[in-house]
Design a protein around this ligand. Structure first.
Ligand code: AMP
Ligand code: GLY
Length: 414
């Protein structure tokens, strides 16, 4: 099978490693890829958010399967364009990707499907925002209604800061605060059948102890020893199946990766957000434990044959991923710093590049991540931090507490 992978971040490097390890894959092409991905795939340039360019590349390389990693090409319609060429594509249509592309669209689908989520109001004017903030009270949650790469959400006790964030956005969703530990559940689906991966947790804030501003994600681990028994089955029944049914009814079935971001509240699991693609960095941890060949699974979802796919097999134990971010992230990101020690198994590249002399340098906010696997979370943490200790990056920032509370049995359910 010849696979074309679209994207070039940490998630795509993790996907590339798993795809390349699938014996059914004899050629892997990544566009644009990154210097880490270059070790397992041929790199090609592409304008990923131009659907016709993605489809033309798929035809040119003779792809049997296209896997689209990031949300922007999906929202732009890259999967539609690839399928229009008669090529199997893992990734939802533009219409279905609106689950991620528009917070208010997602809220509408959830309301119609009876999916438990935070109460929310879509606001267009400062007066509407002020009224919604006062209705729900602190902590205030204000979300940019469009795609914002994980940085469009402000959660704050400071009413003035909530108003300032709203003013910087064209349209916002103001919602009720959900208290409880967060879960990321990835579901592979062909629109009908749906297969959950291991639940994971990510760490959104830049600082230890969940302090400082939100980021794209500073670390992750899987599975979740503290998760209530039956959590995944409950989320499949109460969230995933009704959402997929609702999108089928609308004539826009969702086929691809449905990322369900949840808070486990006192009232049960509630959806915080949907994404239309694998999460980053949770994918790095989850795929480190997946033994089932990935390309076969994604092809089954892309061809509507997921119901016939054998059950997933998982490596026992746990995986922990720690992100190394550049100086200044997330407000800005210093780039061009030399990186050493990044060519080791377990290191996944996100924002890296080669400079004119071929040296590896930082090229984005999240630069790379280290994934450790072990018999339990404690061992996986040790492995991840040991790996990261061998990497050099001037001004590099990383959290020291990834998976720490879970490893010590200190994640409390409300
Ligand atoms: P989102 O982009 O919607 O995932 O939001 C980013 C982060 O903000 C989430 O991972 C949560 O940590 C936090 N968040 C978003 N919505 C809520 C909410 N309703 N209640 C509590 N925290 C939230
Ligand atoms: N880890 C959060 C995300 O991928 O959106």
């Amino acid at each position: 099978m010849r696979v074309l992978l679209i994207g070039g971040g940490g998630r795509e490097h993790a996907l590339a490693l798993s795809l390349a390890a699938d014996p059914a894959v004899d050629q892997l092409i990544a566009a644009p890829g990154n210097p880490g991905i270059a070790a397992v795939a041929q790199r090609r340039p592409v304008a990923a958010t131009d659907p016709q360019a993605v489809a033309a590349l798929a035809v040119e390389v003779g792809a049997d399967l296209v896997v689209i990693g990031p949300e922007a090409p999906l929202v732009a319609g890259a999967a539609d364009a690839v399928r229009a060429k008669g090529i199997a594509c893992f990734g939802p249509s533009a219409a279905a990707a609106e689950l991620e592309g528009s917070k208010s669209f997602a809220k509408g689908v959830m309301a119609a499907a009876g999916v438990p989520t935070a109460r929310a109001v879509t606001c267009r004017t400062p007066d509407e925002v002020a009224a919604a903030l006062d209705e729900f009270g602190a902590p205030y949650v204000v979300k940019n209604d469009g795609l914002a790469a994980g940085k469009g959400v402000v959660v704050t006790d400071d009413r003035a800061a909530a108003l300032v964030h709203a003013q910087a956005c064209e349209q916002v969703v103001v919602e009720e605060y959900l208290a409880g530990p967060e879960v990321s559940l990835f579901v592979v689906t062909d629109g009908d059948a749906a297969v959950p991966l291991l639940p994971a947790q990510d760490f959104k804030r830049i600082g230890d102890g969940d302090t400082g501003p939100n980021t794209g994600g500073m670390g992750a681990y899987a599975p979740l020893p503290w998760a209530p028994p039956g959590l995944v089955d409950q989320v499949m029944a109460e969230v995933v199946q009704p959402t997929l049914a609702q999108l089928r009814e609308r004539g826009t079935p969702f086929a691809g990766l449905l990322y369900v971001g949840l808070a486990i509240t006192a009232g049960g699991p509630r959806v915080i957000e949907f994404n239309a693609r694998f999460g980053d960095p949770e994918t790095q941890a989850v795929l480190a434990l997946l033994e089932t060949p990935l390309a076969g699974l994604l092809r089954a979802a892309a061809t509507g044959t997921l119901a016939a796919h054998p059950p997933l097999r998982w490596r026992p134990g746990a995986a922990v991923t720690v992100v190394l971010a550049s100086a200044g992230y997330p407000a800005g990101a210093r780039t061009g710093d030399a990186i050493t020690g990044a060519e080791q198994p377990g290191i996944v590249h996100a924002g890296t590049a080669r400079d004119d002399s071929g040296e590896l340098v930082s090229a984005g906010g999240r630069v790379l991540c280290a994934t450790g696997v072990g018999a339990d979370l404690g061992q996986a943490r040790e492995a991840a931090y040991r790996l990261l200790a061998g990497v050099g990056l001037a001004g590099g920032q990383f959290r020291r507490d990834i998976a720490q509370a879970a490893a010590h049995g200190r994640v409390a359910l409300p």
